[in-house]
Design a protein around this ligand. Structure first.
Ligand code: SAH
Ligand code: DHB
Ligand code: MG
Length: 222
């Protein structure tokens, strides 16, 4: 516990000092808590990493699965620039509504579209509608569906895209014999990422105010 507090303190310091988490982003975090939603958005340092990855692959079209209060989507929207767009999928209409308010405050609402509904359904609609491929997909919703989301992400990207999966360590439960569907879904997605010849992937462990976790990142090969 002491460690976790310490990790949280360093996370805040790094977010402000090097990662560029500003007042607007901090206020989105606060408004998410105030609205009674669970404070499970990415850390400031991870938000900045998502933004950096957008820039590295020259992303102008981003797809996010799991919106919450719109915190990570704000980082992504800033990174794609005025001509870019972020499509984000959310089950909870209350979260989607709050996110839209937050994007207005941040001045990025014109670049973001939230689609309310079960992401697996929405993804099938996107695949069926022949939508242009995305340059970066951030998977951060219900973990039991991670394999479904990765399959969809592969159908919706192009060589040179990045696919990022959040929360792949979850306090180390990933290597337990747990049959929790979220753990099973995440273990499976890691196996898929590691064995698909179309992908070059890795996973990185992290510590923060939310404890011990990690993310996976995969490059779609040409
Ligand atoms: N990416 C956000 C955090 C997302 S938290 C950020 O970092 O700021 C996970 C979100 O996924 C929650 O808002 C939850 O309501 C949503 N979610 C859960 N199950 C879902 C589903 N089946 N389809 C779409 N969204 C879902
Ligand atoms: C949970 C979900 C997340 O996306 C996250 O970043 C942290 C926690 C959760 O469901 O507990
Ligand atoms: Mg997450």
């Amino acid at each position: 516990m002491t460690e976790r507090l310490h990790w949280g303190e360093i996370e805040g310091y790094l977010a402000r000092t090097v990662a560029g988490e500003d007042e607007i982003l901090a206020s989105i975090r606060a408004r998410t808590v105030a609205a009674g939603l669970r404070p499970i958005e990415v850390s400031g340092t991870d938000g900045a990493l998502l933004a950096l990855w957008c820039r590295l692959v020259g992303a102008t079209r981003v797809l996010e699965i799991g919106t919450l209060g719109g915190y990570s989507a704000t980082w992504l929207a800033r990174a794609v620039g005025e001509q870019g767009s972020v499509t984000t999928l959310e089950l909870d209409p209350r979260a989607a509504e709050l996110a839209e308010e937050n994007w207005r405050v941040a001045g990025v609402h014109e670049r973001i579209e939230v689609i309310v509904g079960a992401a697996a359904n929405t993804l099938q609609l996107l695949i069926g509608s022949d939508t242009e491929p995305y340059d970066l997909v951030f998977i951060d919703a219900d973990k039991k569906n991670n394999p479904t989301y990765l399959e969809a992400a592969l159908a919706l990207t192009h060589p040179g895209s990045l696919i990022v999966v959040d929360n792949v360590v979850r306090g180390g439960r990933i290597v337990s014999d747990s049959d929790d569907p979220d753990v099973v879904g995440t273990r499976r997605v890691l196996e898929m990422l590691g064995s698909d010849p179309r992908l070059q992937a890795t996973a990185v462990q992290t510590v923060s105010s939310k404890g011990w976790d990690g993310f996976a990142v995969a490059y779609v090969l040409g």
